[in-house]
Design a protein around this ligand. Sequence first.
Ligand SMILES: Nc1ncnc2c1ncn2[C@@H]1O[C@H](COP(=O)(O)OP(=O)(O)OP(=O)(O)O)[C@@H](O)[C@H]1O
Length: 330
Amino acid sequence: MTEQPMLLEANGLGQVYGRSASIIQKALRIEPRRVAAVRGVDFRLRPGETLALVGESGCGKSTVARCVSGLEVPTDGMVRYAGESMEAIARLALPARRDVQMVFQDPYSSLNGRWTVGRSIAEPIRVLGIETKTARLNEMVADLLTQVGLSPEDADKYPHEFSGGQRQRIAIARALSTKPKVIICDEPTSALDVSVQAQILNMMKDLQDEHGLAYLFITHDLGVVDHMADRVAVMYLGRIVELGTRDAIFTKPRHPYTKMLMEAVPSLDIDAADTPPPLGELPDPANPPSGCAFRTRCPHAQPRCAETVPELERLDGTRVACLRADELAL
Ligand SMILES: Nc1ncnc2c1ncn2[C@@H]1O[C@H](COP(=O)(O)OP(=O)(O)OP(=O)(O)O)[C@@H](O)[C@H]1O
């Protein structure tokens, strides 16, 4: 069987914040809070697939998104798009920059409230020099608005004239405007009502099929993962602890943390949303436990788990970072 070509690749990705004090911290003589937000993260994204990155708030998902999209330069490791370093792409190669786009949780962060929707959607096309003639730009904007279920006339309106779901459709149209191959989606539907969420997710799947898009889909919502993902990477305190197909992760989670996440999925009972998951608190990311960072919450932890950081190793077709994964056979 021939291996599918790799589109986006993270190798040993690491991001440490607070390595040096900011000007204000220096003036106030405050020690910066040093957080290794992401450590040794490896994954590959193939054309047309959806890789979901899941984990609790603070585990480093958004940091991975910012590093992978070129918004931040990682302190360790490397991100490559089609074999080229993202850092180099951000600096130089405009044609490659159009291939990787982002959709954020809050569309206001990507839409300028003072610009018409049409101008916001047209901006990446114009800036990247894909098209500069006004008439053609207007046609492209009208087509993009139609693709996301809005009307060409919406181009003349402003973001505040739309609902949250519609604004996210506009942000998706903007991301699509450069005909990307990868869209990095950081919690794109978590601020929306459940019914609107489903509509946006279904539309994103349709757009994926139509354009052969790959998604790196960041979410803490396992329902969304189940709906969207081909493969799933589970993160805990900055590291990937399990990576496998959606079916493997959902039907036979091998890492104790993945298993606990699955068991903590709240029922559809609305009141359950207020109930904290039975996982306890995430340790302070600035002061993570030694060895396996999950050991302080793990029902299977042994003394040796405090000594060795487990590597992500193959186990029955998935990859698991747990010293006891083999013997536990969860
Ligand atoms: N710019 C920054 N400076 C300092 N620390 C940061 C910065 N950005 C993130 N962090 C810290 O890095 C860790 C990972 O944050 P990140 O936002 O990547 O997690 P997340 O899993 O995306 O969480 P959420 O779902 O809440 O966004 C957290 O401890 C956070 O406080």
